[in-house]
Design a protein around this ligand. Structure first.
Ligand code: AMP
Length: 629
C-alpha cells in the first residue's frame, strides 16, 4: 500500500483504521466504541476499553525479553551507567509504586515530578501509570515561580524530586527551588519524596519530606498489580507555554496515547523489539514523554537515557553511545546538531554507526545547511518531524514504515495518518491552495494520542485551540505554513507570541511578567529574534520608571544584570533573554498594543512592515539606537 492510500483510509474511515491500529497494544477489556465524537471538539477514543500504559511498556514484554535491557542510563555528568532489564525495571517500578502508596497516593491523584535525567524519574512516571496516578513532569530547568504555578494548577498530593542535577559539569541544586515553589503555591503537597544523588546537600522538612532510598529498602519485594484504567482516563498533565502568563496543562488519555505511540513506533520510527532507541531530549518535554519513556518501551525497545551535553567529554559522545548500545533509531533536535556543527565533522565518522537506520529531528525548524551537514556527515537519512506538546506525536513527517516517500529539504513532510491537516486563511477560514501562506489547522476529530483538554479548564481548551479560525471549529496549531503542489508542508513560524529557543517553547508574556516584576521597570516587550545556534533567542526592551536609573553605561549594565537575574530566579535559565535593552518608549499602536512584529523585524534588520497605526514612529528609531549601542 502506498502512503497516500494508507493516509486516505485514516481520514475517510477513522473507525476501521484505528480499530486496526489498536491491535498494537494489550487491552484488558476490549473497547465497545472506537470513537465517541458526540461532544465536539472533545474526542474520546476506544470507549469502555481498559488498559494500562505501564503494562504495555513493561509487563507485556516480560514473557519474551525479561532479561533484555529496557532502560539504559548514561551520565557523562556523574560518570554513572546503569542498565535495567525489563525484569529489573518491573521490580523497581513496583518498589516506587509501593512507596507512593504508603505516602497516600491513590488512583486519580496527581504526582508532580521535578527531576533531573536519572532512572528514578522514568521509574516514577511508570509507577504513576501503573497505579493510575496522574503524573505531571516539570522540566528541571524551570525555577521556583514556573514550578510554583504548576504545583498550584495540578494540586499534587506528592512531589518527587532530587537533590540536584548537573549541566556541563556544574551542579544545579533542585531542592531550594522546590521549597521556594511550594512556599509560593497556595496548594501544598502532603508529601515530598527525595532522591538523594549525593550531589549537593539539602535540608528536609520534617513530616513532609521523605528519603526514597530508606523507603525503597522497606519495599524490596513489593508486588503492586497494574490498575486497569479506562482508555479515556487521564494518564498525565504536561504544562506548556502559551500566549498568556498562565501555562496550560495539556491533558492526555491512556488508551489513545498508547495506541498512537505503538503505531508511530511501527510506521514512523520503524523500531523493533529488542533494539535500542536513543532520544537526546529531556523527560520534562513532550518528546521525552513520548520517545524517551513510553514509545520505545511500548515498542519493546530499550531506551537510552542520557544526562549530559552533546560535546562533553568531546563532540563524539552521542555517536560513541550509538556504537556502544547499537542504537537503531535516534531522535534529537536541530539545535543539538548546530552545536555539533561547530566541531570537526570527523567526529561523525569516528564510530561504527552501522546499527543506526535514521536520525529524527524535531521541535524547531530544521534549516537546510544543518540538515545537509548532518546527512552527509552520518550518511544516514535525516527525518524532520513537526509536532507539538498538544499532539503527542508527529503531525507532519514521512512514514518509512509504510513506503519510502522521499524527504524534501526544508519541509518536515506530509500530514501523518489520522491528522486531517488543512491550510486556512486566518481571516476568512477559507482553504488555501499550493504555495499560499496560511495557518496550519487540523479538522476534527484529533487522532488518538492528542490532548484531551486543558487540565481543569474545558472552556480554555475550546477557546484557545478551536475558536481562532472564523466560521470553522478546527484545531489551530498557531503555526504559519505553505504547501507545495506535491503536498509537502513548510513551516513559517508562529502566528502568536510563542517563541522557540533551542527547541524549547516559551511564552513571551511569561518573560515580560517576570521582567516587569523588577521595581525599576515600568513596562517591557519581549520578542523572539533569529539566532544562528538556538533558532531564536528572547530579547527584551524595558521602559524604566526613572530613565535616570540607566543614565551611564555602567548603570545600564548593572540594571540589565539585575533584571536577567530575576528572570533566572523566577522562570529559570532557559527563559532568560539574551539581552534586555532600556528604551524611553515602546513602539505601540494608537490603541496601545505593542508592535511586537515590528520590534522583531528591527532586531533582525528587516523592514518593520506596516506602520500606519504606530503612535510614535520615533520609538522604532530609539529601538535601533538601543540595539546599536
Ligand atoms: P512544543 O510544543 O514545545 O514541542 O513546540 C511546538 C512548536 O514548535 C510548533 O508549534 C512549532 O512552532 C515548532 N516546531 C516543532 N517542530 C517543528 C519542526 N519540525 N519544524 C518547524 N517548527 C517546529
Amino acid at each position: 500500500m502506498t502512503y497516500s492510500e494508507f493516509y486516505r483510509r485514516s481520514i475517510d474511515d477513522p473507525t476501521t483504521f484505528w480499530a486496526e491500529e489498536a491491535k498494537g497494544i494489550d487491552w484488558h477489556t476490549p473497547f465497545t466504541q472506537v470513537l465517541d465524537d458526540s461532544r465536539p471538539p472533545f474526542a474520546r477514543w476506544f470507549v469502555d476499553g481498559t488498559t494500562n500504559l505501564c503494562h504495555n511498556a513493561v509487563d507485556r514484554w516480560l514473557p519474551t525479553q525479561a532479561d533484555k535491557p529496557a532502560l539504559i542510563f548514561v551520565s557523562t555528568e556523574t560518570d554513572e551507567e546503569r542498565i535495567l532489564t525489563f525484569a529489573e525495571l518491573h521490580r523497581e517500578i513496583q518498589r516506587m509504586a509501593a512507596v507512593m502508596q504508603t505516602l497516600g497516593v491513590v488512583r486519580g491523584d496527581r504526582v508532580l515530578i521535578y527531576m533531573p535525567m536519572v532512572p528514578e524519574a522514568v521509574i516514577a512516571m511508570l509507577a504513576c501509570a501503573r497505579i493510575g496516578a496522574i503524573h505531571s513532569v516539570v522540566f528541571g530547568g524551570f525555577a521556583s515561580m514556573s514550578l510554583g504555578s504548576r504545583i498550584e494548577d495540578a494540586t499534587p498530593r506528592l512531589i518527587i524530586s532530587a537533590d540536584g542535577g548537573s549541566r556541563a559539569g556544574k551542579v544545579v541544586p533542585y531542592k531550594p527551588l522546590l521549597d521556594e515553589a511550594i512556599r509560593l503555591s497556595a496548594h501544598k503537597p502532603s508529601a515530598v519524596l527525595m532522591i538523594n544523588r549525593g550531589l549537593t546537600p539539602f535540608s528536609n522538612e520534617p513530616g513532609r519530606d521523605h528519603d526514597y532510598a530508606a523507603l525503597r529498602a522497606t519495599h524490596l519485594d513489593a508486588q503492586v498489580p497494574v490498575v486497569w484504567l479506562q482508555s479515556t482516563d487521564t494518564s498525565y498533565i504536561l504544562y506548556t507555554s502559551g500566549t498568556t502568563g498562565r501555562p496550560k496543562g495539556v491533558q492526555r488519555d491512556v488508551g489513545g496515547y498508547a495506541v498512537a505511540l505503538a503505531s508511530s513506533m511501527k510506521h514512523i520510527y520503524c523500531g523493533n523489539p529488542g533494539e535500542t532507541y536513543f532520544s537526546t531530549s529531556d523527560i520534562g518535554w513532550v518528546v521525552g514523554h513520548s520517545y524517551i519513556v513510553y514509545g520505545p518501551l511500548i515498542g519493546g525497545m530499550a531506551t537510552l537515557m542520557y544526562e549530559g551535553t552533546p560535546v562533553r567529554p568531546d563532540a563524539g559522545i552521542l555517536w560513541q553511545l550509538v556504537e556502544r548500545f547499537k542504537v537503531t533509531v535516534m531522535f534529537s533536535a536541530p539545535t543539538a546538531i548546530r552545536v555539533l556543527k561547530k566541531h570537526d565533522a570527523q567526529w561523525l565518522r569516528r564510530y561504527d554507526l552501522s546499527s543506526l537506520r535514521s536520525l529524527f529531528l524535531a521541535g524547531e525548524p530544521l534549516d537546510e545547511p544543518t540538515s545537509s551537514w548532518i546527512a552527509e556527515g552520518l550518511g544516514k537519512p535525516i527525518i524532520d518531524n513537526y509536532w507539538q506538546t498538544e499532539t503527542g506525536w508527529p503531525i507532519l513527517t514521512v512514514a518509512h514504515g509504510i513506503d519510502n516517500t522521499p524527504t524534501r529539504l526544508g519541509s518536515p513532510g506530509l500530514p501523518m495518518y489520522g491528522f486531517d491537516v488543512r491550510l486556512l486563511d486566518e481571516n476568512t477560514g477559507e482553504a488555501l491552495g499550493p504555495d499560499q501562506k496560511g495557518v496550519i489547522a487540523i479538522a476534527q476529530p484529533l487522532p488518538p494520542g492528542c490532548m484531551q483538554t486543558v487540565w481543569g479548564d474545558d472552556e480554555r481548551f475550546v477557546k484557545t485551540y478551536f475558536s481562532s479560525i472564523p466560521g470553522h471549529q478546527v484545531y489551530s496549531t498557531f503555526d504559519w505554513g505553505v504547501r507545495d503542489s506535491d503536498g509537502y508542508y513548510f513551516i513559517l513560524g508562529r502566528t502568536d507570541d510563542v517563541i522557540n529557543v533551542a527547541g524549547h517553547r516559551l511564552g513571551t508574556r511569561e518573560i515580560e511578567e517576570s521582567i516587569n516584576s523588577h521595581p525599576a521597570v515600568a513596562e517591557c516587550a519581549v520578542v523572539g529574534v533569529a539566532d544562528p545556534l538556538k533558532g531564536q533567542v528572547a530579547i527584551g526592551f524595558a521602559v524604566l520608571r526613572d530613565p535616570a536609573a540607566a543614565a551611564s553605561s555602567a548603570d545600564r549594565l548593572a540594571l540589565e544584570g539585575a533584571v536577567l537575574a530575576i528572570v533566572n530566579q523566577q522562570l529559570g535559565a532557559i527563559a532568560r533573554p539574551a539581552r534586555v535593552h532600556f528604551v524611553n518608549l515602546l513602539p505601540k499602536t494608537r490603541s496601545g498594543k505593542v508592535l511586537r512584529r515590528s520590534i522583531q523585524a528591527v532586531c533582525e534588520g528587516r523592514d518593520p512592515g506596516d506602520l500606519t497605526t504606530i503612535e510614535d514612529a520615533s520609538a522604532l528609531t530609539a529601538l535601533s539606537e538601543a540595539l546599536a549601542g
